[in-house]
Write a protein that binds this ligand. Structure first.
Ligand code: BGC
Length: 361
């Protein structure tokens, strides 16, 4: 295993809590908590660096934290069966305190994508270690998650950027598909479930030959990259995916990759993690030189004090920057998810430049 990847894993390991959870950012006022979304990719990066023990601590924490909500999920399912209205705050949260407790602070919590992603990440954690059976310690958390998703996967919710409530978001549905699909070797009878999610995406989330940000909204969002890599809803050479990547390049790639054209959060800078993501896609599409160029851009964002969430130059909507600085201070740094995606891209580039393919994967 390359020393370089172990070095890149250091900031992730440094901030892992004794519980196994990862804060999104240890220094930013709003992000000292563990999002399933960020944490899954942090754990996946650790797995790619060979740090399976640390990744395992995270997955045990996530499994226990979710299993501890079995009663809440049973109540939610009963409410839905009776046809009762469910208030947004009653659903499972998108983020937890590092000890697994809930945070009752009015955050837009109803985001389903993390519940698919953690299942996907857990399956990758096992696969990368050659484990073919689901260890018992994970099973209750997996089962509670699947029960929850079977009932609520078609519920419109907030997206992965914690915005646009009450919509069907393509990257959310892709995350759910990936999680259910990844659990198939371990849990019998999931095929119809993943097939239903796949059909939903094809039917409602493709418009004019390309994927859309959410149902009924024609724009692209860089999180649509996830549909191909790593979630495999579409292959990287599927014409719909190829056209979507082209649209992302045309509208969102300006040095780094922006989230979506109308993004106003911190003025709408380039996101380090999304730039690394496009590099990951390029590797999988065989576009190695373009991947190298994005890797160089990502590396250049670290000025010795870690990778931030987003840049402050090249903003799409600069008018909004001062508002957010006034609310919450400078944009988050170090954002562990940015570090994780940098590590993943380094691993991908190294694997494809290696004279002995497979060594780094
Ligand atoms: C992002 C989320 C992320 C959270 C913590 C938000 O600004 O939109 O995707 O999970 O920050 O990093």
């Amino acid at each position: 295993m390359s020393l370089n990847l172990r070095t890149l894993a250091a900031p992730l390991l440094q901030h892992q809590a004794p519980s196994g959870a990862f804060p999104a950012c240890p220094t930013f006022s709003q992000y000292p908590y563990s999002w399933l979304r960020d944490s899954t990719f942090i754990a996946y990066a650790l797995d790619r660096a060979g740090e399976h023990a640390a990744a395992g601590r995270y997955y045990r924490w996530a499994a226990q934290t979710i299993a501890g909500r079995a009663e809440q999920v049973a109540n939610l399912v009963a409410l839905r069966r009776r046809g009762d209205a469910i208030p947004e705050h009653a659903f499972l949260p998108c983020r937890f305190a590092l000890d697994g407790e809930s945070l009752d602070d009015g955050w837009p919590n109803f985001q389903l994508d993390g519940y698919g992603q953690w299942l996907w990440g857990l399956a990758e954690h096992l696969r990368l270690q050659g484990i073919h059976a689901l260890p018992q310690e994970f099973r209750p958390g997996v089962e509670v998650t699947l029960t929850y998703l079977k009932t609520f996967w078609r519920e419109p919710c907030y997206d992965c950027w914690e915005e646009f409530p009450y919509r069907w978001h393509t990257s959310t549905l892709a995350s759910l598909y990936a999680g259910v699909q990844a659990m198939q070797p371990f849990v019998p009878g999931l095929e119809p479930f993943s097939a239903a999610i796949h059909a939903f995406i094809r039917e409602h989330l493709v418009q004019g030959g390309q994927l859309v940000k959410f149902a009924g909204h024609p724009d692209v969002d860089a999180s649509l990259l996830w549909v191909g890599v790593p979630f495999g809803v579409l292959s990287v050479d599927d014409p719909v995916y190829v056209q979507t990547v082209q649209a992302i390049e045309q509208t969102l790639l300006r040095g780094g990759v922006h989230r979506y054209a109308r993004d106003t959060y911190y003025g709408g800078g380039s996101w380090v993690l999304l730039t690394a993501w496009l590099g990951w896609v390029y590797i999988r599409q065989g576009r190695h030189e373009e991947a190298q160029a994005l890797l160089a851009w990502v590396r250049a964002q670290d000025h010795g004090d870690g990778l931030s969430e987003q840049t402050t130059d090249g903003l799409l909507n600069p008018l909004y920057l001062d508002y957010w600085r006034g609310q919450w201070g400078e944009s988050a740094r170090p954002l562990l998810w940015s570090h994780a995606m940098h590590l993943i891209l380094e691993a991908e580039v190294a694997a494809h430049a290696s004279p002995t393919p497979g060594v780094f994967s």
